[in-house]
Design a protein. Sequence first.
Length: 536
Amino acid sequence: MSGILSTRDCFAFIQARLGSTRLPKKILKSIPEESNTSVLDHIHNRLSTIFSKEQIVFLVPENDSELINYLNTRNYQYFVGSETDVRDRFRKASLQFKAKHIFRLTGDNPYIDLESIRYLYEAITTISDTYYSLSMVGLPLGMGVECFSAESLFYETEGPVPERHTEHVSLHIKEHPEIHKQYRLHPPHLSHLEEMSLNSLRITVDESKDYELVCQLWRELGTKDAFFGAKEVIQLTKENPEIFYINASVDQVVFPLPKLNQTAKKVRIVYGEPSQFGSGHWERCKSLSLFLEIKGYNVELSCEANTSSPNLPHILDVRENEFKLPNQFYIDNLHHLPTEPNSSFFLPNPITPKTNVDTFSYFSSPLSGLDWKEIQVPGRVLVYAGNLNHEDSKHIDTYLLQFLNQTSRNTTPNIDSVTRIGGKSPIQGNIKYLPRVSYIQFLKEIQSSEYVLTYFGQTMMESVANGKKVSLVGITSIHESLGKFAEEEMGIPYLGSLTSLPQNQSFPKSFPHLKTKLVRDAHLKILKWLESIYES
């Protein structure tokens, strides 16, 4: 949970070639058919929402001149290597780009699931193994990616090298779990969907029927959201399953791999339903589930408790709600203070007994401290408005517009642009409005802003973790008291309640450093609590 990993050490390597025998030049085919957007374009467009351009590299055979010319016309970065020894191609690319962590993709999968990549990123920040392999299970074929360390990529076993190891980049890693730690994680963003078999779903392009399917998927999903993911595909299988009959007869080559030991240590994380509790509970519980999976726990993630399994440990992030179960850990529950062994606060709170006056325990995503290479724009204000209604959104906009439009800079810091995420449509067009964004885009929006205006909550902590100039408003009476607490105890300016903002002609001129040190110890306390349960 150190969060010190630099994204510059992580690279997306996409192996690509035009010499496919079943469907020649498939990776240059357009989706949709009449467009100028190829399979490779779709891959690059998706990856660009997470990786910088310099971290996306196509690995191509040295004699594939047509493909090289195409990549040059698109101004895509590429590396040329052996046609037959694909693993060697990856190894040499890793050396050239000084990659430490590698996301491996193939050029025939246009619809990679971006949410899964986000969680793989989070997992890497937690993994301490030198040799590891990391992937998500339960995704449709062609929508997942895998990660491994450069150390694992270069690891050599004794004896002759089987041909399958040179043709299939990471097979030597998967076949030796005694050397390379194997992490097969469950995608937390899909945990709320009903279980179903995805073995027959092929969202990849090997044959003409596959191509027909991905074009149909674009018509069904891509026209609404160009970056649709596994969640939308799974939902479509329920609503319109006959679409996936198109390529159901296409065979997939698989290799038998050693079975991994499955832990019997189970835990259920109960999160607050986002429509009732806001998205913060949901987001941090997904991160917590990954952390516990990596630590060897079989995690169930749900918005409901499992009362039929009374001895199953439950971690509750549902405010003051609790259940008649013997093993419960409480997150941000005001009836259970952090002094108890089975309770912790993910957000600072006035009622927290302070055993150390200089520290606050908190939680922010492991990705918060990563370097996304976003350039801070001076004078840019980011507003996170969550689910605020039209009237409350108008209050925030009116308050900020008085500074955005003023000609004199003598009384306030420079405010040159305003971007608002959430809430309702703005009252004027000079406020950039984003109804919703992906989580990684949300972090990038924070990092590229000088100021962040929000209410007391998870966004506050993410912004503080990024070292931004944060100020708060009160959207309810509870948030008003919490805002005052944050100002008194943490040094975060509190501007007042929403209804008073239009008359408030001031904006903080200074943003002092936090009065307290923030520490991430809640996850370790949860881990210790689980260990005590399974040891007893």
